[in-house]
Design a protein around this ligand. Structure first.
Ligand code: ADP
Ligand code: ZN
Length: 747
């Protein structure tokens, strides 16, 4: 901090600090540092002050309440000290490291978010900022008083404590096997005195020197490149580009080992933390311990422990969902983003950000390497490789000679399913044969529930969510109609609200429950189960399902994208995609890319063991480029074509895109706000502003929505434009303005 600037009444401004509060405001707040009466260098005219360092967590008054904030720097110049209120308390937590504070500022600027809301993500567990309750302990003072009865164990304890170092009861138990009763007995006799000890941060020990598997030549080359990058104190981005089962995980484990051996911390981001059971098992095998996990399912106590361990540096490896990126790592040395192409890395509410992109920014700010791993890298990443910003490390083959599955289309125009059914004869036969061979199969349909829609047979009325522009989905297992956007639940009405017909609603279209019903009839005796977010809640349920499949208690899996990810089922040899056309129609400019990634990933579940796999794609339009590329296994040709399309159409990454969404409970107010912003829209060369338009989800959770899209050149200062546009106008108070930079969702 700079102590040379002075404020109007002549006292050094160092006696004020700028505090960032977790509020949706653009500015920080200045506070006075109270004088420290215990400091002997103080004099009457210049009292000493214990200035909390930058990054310190402090409690400050705000209005009539008290808030916890973070000291962000020295106080602002020119603020009248008399108007400032003093800091109440410095909290006993490690200060937020400078690198993390710079990252917070960067993310706030990039995402056009209030800096306080980004800073809030650094400390989402208030309890972690207080010192944990001390542990009971004892120490020896002076000679043992006369008359103390000395048993052998008592003598051992006294000898052990002879060095004067206090020990907790837990230490004494662990070190010499002394029970708490023995130690308490000594304390009661006056031979030792109680001495509470601070609780050290939890450790997550990881042994970086364990031996990994012998790597193949390609794996070794990639691992060497990554180990080299970890040793260089420099920013670098590596795309670990390998088919499913090629050993990407084994390879980046090598990079993790290198970083941990150098005493630095590693962050591994996974898209879906609920699905990491198998990953954690492998990590344990390789490193002899568990990493610190960070996700929304942690209990409060575990969250506090984990946060403190990361902040104290006693968690060398952290694995987490996107929010782990904001943990206060004091010495981050490597970031890994697995399945980097996943849309799940995009946080869609609150501060809207893409964790993969922000991770790259974090690596850049810290001058450290980052590894992006995927079998189907995103077009953004592939373009970055093409422009030499990222380095590609290729693992072209599955490990152990396992072959990639055969892919084929079932042309539903030639072999349609029976009316009202969704599984064609060829697919059902293939499943039956697979099960008869004693192998396992999977039917994939990315639709929860029984049917996506219920229609009145008498008048054609469709049941819609009262809060959203969306149809209600039929769920038979729970006997409800459910909105997948707001989770509104209802029973099917007895009478049609439109025409009054009784018991007239029929389900239309397939969901996984309906596919299961159909498969059950066509394949009597098959042990099937439905796998979707409705049937499996949380990591434990998923782990149980995986075990059941591995123990062969389940032979036919019928599920949504929950099934697509990460699992390793060695005896699963057939994957049937019920509707390969889903997702191709009417989508945004990423629709083909996404469909390719999802189907490729689902296909990757087949034939992971010794026996080869087959993937059958049911389609009414088998000639579409996505399906053709999948069948031919021509990923790079498909990517090249897509990149070409994007370039010609001027879509990202060849342009920049942002969405501004206005939403509110009052439709008129939202329309007014859209008017006001439309009138204020900047006219700038090379900037295209579309809207205000009604998005497909015109009403979401009871809020009316309107959207602007902004498109500009890659080098255009998009965020500045947005700030100067939406900052000044006064909009109706009930309307919320959301800025989404690099939007992934256009509904
Ligand atoms: P990916 O992450 O690319 O899908 P994995 O790292 O999960 O691939 O590897 C697939 C399977 O092959 C895993 O069971 C893994 O343990 C195994 N495997 C990969 N490379 C090796 C190797 N060099 N030696 C032994 N097993 C390996
Ligand atoms: Zn709804």
């Amino acid at each position: 901090m700079d102590g040379t600037n002075t404020d109007p009444d002549g006292l050094p401004a160092i006696w004020t600090v700028r505090v960032r509060l977790p509020l949706p405001v653009d500015a920080d707040y200045d506070y006075l540092v109270p004088s420290d009466p215990t400091d002997p260098t103080a004099s009457a005219s210049v009292p000493a002050r214990a200035v909390p360092g930058p990054g310190a967590f402090v409690e400050v008054p705000l209005g009539t309440g008290v808030r916890i904030g973070i000291v962000w720097g020295p106080g602002s110049d020119g603020v009248e000290r008399a108007k400032l209120r003093p800091i109440l308390r410095v909290l006993p937590a490690p200060p937020v490291p400078e690198a993390v504070r710079r990252f917070v500022d960067w993310v706030a600027r990039y995402t056009v978010s209030p800096p306080g809301m980004v800073a809030r993500m650094v400390a989402p567990v208030p309890g972690a900022l207080e010192a944990p309750a001390p542990q009971p302990g004892v120490r020896r003072v002076g000679p043992v008083p006369d008359g103390v009865r000395l048993t052998p164990m008592r003598e051992r304890v006294l000898r052990h404590l002879a060095d004067g170092v206090p020990r907790t009861l837990a230490d004494l138990k662990a070190e010499i096997g002394a029970s708490a009763a023995v130690v308490r007995g000594l304390a009661a006799a006056g031979a030792v005195v109680s001495s509470d000890l601070p609780v050290p941060p939890r450790r997550f020990p990881v042994d970086p020197h364990g031996i990994g598997p012998a790597l193949t030549a390609d794996q070794q080359d990639a691992a060497d490149a990554l180990r080299g990058a970890v040793r260089r104190p420099d920013y670098s981005v590596h795309l670990l580009d390998g088919v499913t089962g090629s050993g990407k995980t084994e390879v980046y484990f090598e990079a993790i080992a290198e970083a941990v051996a150098a005493g630095r911390q590693v962050l591994v981001l996974l898209p879906e933390i609920a699905l990491t059971g198998q990953w954690l098992g492998r990590f344990g095998d390789r490193f002899g311990g568990a990493p610190a996990a960070w996700h929304s399912d942690l209990t409060g106590a575990r969250r506090r422990d984990t946060w403190r361990a990361v902040a104290a540096g006693t968690a060398p490896v952290v694995v987490g969902a996107r929010s782990a990126l904001f943990l206060p790592f004091p010495d981050l040395g490597l970031i890994v983003v697995d399945e980097e192409h996943e849309a799940a890395f995009k946080q869609e509410d609150g501060v809207i950000y893409n964790a993969r992109d922000m991770a790259v920014a974090r690596a850049h700010l810290d001058a450290i390497p980052i590894v992006l791993a995927s079998a189907t890298p995103s077009i953004e990443t592939v373009v970055n490789v093409g422009q030499d910003r990222y380095r590609r490390l290729a693992l072209p083959d599955r490990f152990g000679g396992a072959r990639l599955p055969e892919m084929a289309v079932i042309d539903l125009r030639a072999t349609p399913p029976e009316t009202g059914h969704f599984l064609s004869r060829p697919l059902l036969e293939a499943v039956a044969e697979t099960l008869a061979r004693g192998e396992q199969a999977m039917l994939f349909l990315n639709r929860r529930g029984y049917a996506p829609l219920a229609i009145c047979r008498a008048c054609g009325h469709r049941l819609q969510c009262p809060n959203c522009t969306a149809w209600l989905t039929v769920h038979r297992l729970v006997g409800r109609l459910i909105c997948h956007h707001c989770d509104h639940r209802d029973r099917t009405p007895h009478r049609c609200p439109e025409c009054g017909a009784e018991d007239s609603f029929a389900p239309v279209g397939p969901g996984v429950e309906r596919i299961a019903e159909e498969a059950d009839r066509a394949l009597p005796g098959a042990n099937w189960t439905i796998v979707s977010s409705d049937t499996l809640h949380g990591p434990k349920a998923i782990a149980t399902m995986v075990e059941q499949v591995q123990r062969r208690e389940i032979d036919l899996l019928i599920g949504t994208q929950v099934l697509a990810k990460g699992h390793h089922f060695p005896d699963l040899t057939l994957v049937g995609v019920v509707d390969a056309d889903l997702g191709l129609g009417g989508g945004d400019f990423r629709a083909f890319e996404r469909t390719y990634q999802l189907l490729h990933q689902v296909a990757g579940r087949a034939g992971r063991g010794q026996r080869p796999g087959t993937v059958l794609l049911q389609s009414y339009q088998p000639e579409t480029p996505v399906l053709q590329a999948l069948i031919r296994g021509d990923r790079d040709g498909f990517l090249a074509e897509q990149i070409d399309d994007r370039q010609r159409g001027g879509w990202p990454p060849f342009s920049r895109l942002a969405a501004i969404i206005l939403s509110g409970p009052n439709r008129e107010h939202v329309l007014q706000a859209a008017e006001i912003l439309a009138r204020a829209a900047p006219l700038v060369d090379g900037v295209q502003i579309l809207g205000p338009a009604e998005p497909p989800l015109a009403v979401l959770r009871g809020r009316h929505r309107r959207r602007f899209l902004i498109r500009c050149g890659r080098r255009f200062p998009l965020q500045d434009l947005i700030r100067s546009w939406i900052g000044p106008p006064k909009l109706p108070g009930s309307v919320r303005v959301t800025v989404d930079i690099d939007p992934m969702s256009f509904v």
